[in-house]
Design a protein around this ligand. Structure first.
Ligand SMILES: [Zn+2]
Length: 105
């Protein structure tokens, strides 16, 4: 069943648009869902081997979204990696894998 007017669907539709723009190589001046300015930039993190995340951060308000990637994002570049976000993703992964046996040096 579809309820196209529900805000949840709107947020989802907006997220899909952001991801499509990022995939197409538009990494700046994406539309913010809050005030509809073009103030959202794309950032990437690479918190572990083979693990990539795409972040959408608004410079004008508190909007931020995080998407999990399967493989390397098509426009991933080291210049676009945010150390702050990467630290955050690393801490999430560390929690998710708390049962993983420690690496033996
Ligand atoms: Zn905003």
């Amino acid at each position: 069943m579809k309820h196209p007017d529900r805000p949840m669907d709107e947020r989802l539709a907006h997220m899909v648009r952001l991801l499509k723009d990022a995939d197409a190589g538009t990494l700046d001046a994406l539309e913010c869902p809050n005030y509809h300015q073009h103030s959202v930039s794309v950032w990437f993190t690479h918190p572990g081997e083979g693990i990539y995340r795409t972040w959408f951060i608004c410079t004008e308000c508190s909007f931020q979204r995080r998407a999990q990637n399967v493989g390397v994002p098509p426009h991933y570049s080291e210049d676009r990696v945010s150390e702050r976000l990467e630290n955050y993703d690393e801490s999430l992964l560390a929690k998710a894998h708390f049962k993983r046996p420690k690496d033996k040096a």
